[in-house]
Design a protein around this ligand. Structure first.
Ligand code: ADP
Ligand code: ADP
Length: 236
């Protein structure tokens, strides 16, 4: 479902020469199977977010190939990339909801941008809100919701476009342990019921261990180890 081959990314520090940049990713290769939940773990600055942004084409590698669901993101025009992104959902640590729109308005936004008709938007909006257990909050505003509810809305918004892949960037890092556990249940439900492949970036091994089939460990821009399913299950 997802393949990265020798992906490198260099950021030029201010005032540095072109060739003296700092390497945020160094020749990263990774395969994620269809229906897998793959964790990316590592300390701050390891390159996790940069890697995740590669997977929906928000970031272009200097070297290497990124292929998601048969689509070569690295070789696409901006236009095709916009199209491809519709099959790749993303959620964030701080939810990134639009505060002046209702829950239902937030959830339907990607569908508006994709030109989906109003009737279809309303139907799909309700369907995904029901999926995350928040159909009764459709007309409320983000400020009226708890952190866990906001993240459920963000998950619903990502699902509205019926993605094949869901990218999660520290989705539970702003949440308390009990709420975290609820969000992990929703993500497991998304994976099992809808067959969505999930890549989860976190700095918490406990979160990765509970949800993921396999876990890649990043350090200084490299994947230094990928734990197999058996290895993940044996983490105490
Ligand atoms: P992580 O998600 O593991 O904390 P990041 O991928 O955010 O790591 O960052 C990896 C490294 O790249 C960090 O040192 C970070 O400061 C740097 N970095 C990330 N994005 C940029 C950018 N747009 N410009 C310059 N440096 C960046
Ligand atoms: P988060 O906690 O949301 O991952 P980060 O600090 O890692 O926050 O990154 C926030 C944004 O800032 C990202 O878009 C990233 O690309 C950018 N960024 C991170 N580090 C740097 C840096 N050293 N220089 C420039 N931009 C950076």
């Amino acid at each position: 479902m997802i393949s990265l081959y020798g992906v490198s990314k260099r950021y030029n520090e201010r005032g540095s020469r072109e060739d003296q940049g700092f390497e945020a990713l160094s020749s990263v290769s990774l395969e994620v199977g269809q229906g897998e939940i793959h964790g990316i773990i590592g300390s701050s600055g390891a390159g996790k977010s940069t890697l995740l942004r590669m997977l929906n084409g928000l970031e272009k590698p200097d070297d290497g190939e990124v292929i998601v669901n048969g689509q070569h993101l690295t070789r696409m025009s901006e236009n095709s990339l916009r199209q491809a992104r519709r099959s790749i959902g993303m959620i964030f640590q701080h939810f990134n909801l639009v505060s002046n729109r209702t829950v239902s308005g937030n959830v339907c936004m990607p569908l508006e941008l994709a030109g989906v008709s109003r009737t279809e938007r309303v139907a799909r909006g309700l369907e995904v809100l029901r999926f995350v257990g928040l159909e009764d909050k459709a007309n409320q505003y983000p400020a009226q919701l708890s952190g866990g509810q906001k993240q459920r809305v963000a998950i619903a918004r990502a699902l509205a476009s019926r993605p094949d892949v869901l990218l999660c960037d520290e989705p539970t890092s702003s949440l308390d342990p009990q709420t975290t556990s609820g969000i992990l249940d929703v993500l497991r439900h998304v994976n099992e019921t809808l067959g969505v492949t999930i890549v989860l970036v976190t700095h918490e091994m406990e979160v990765a261990r509970k949800l993921c089939n396999r876990i890649s460990v990043m350090k200084e821009g490299r994947i230094i180890k990928t734990l197999s399913e058996a290895e993940v299950r044996s983490i105490p």
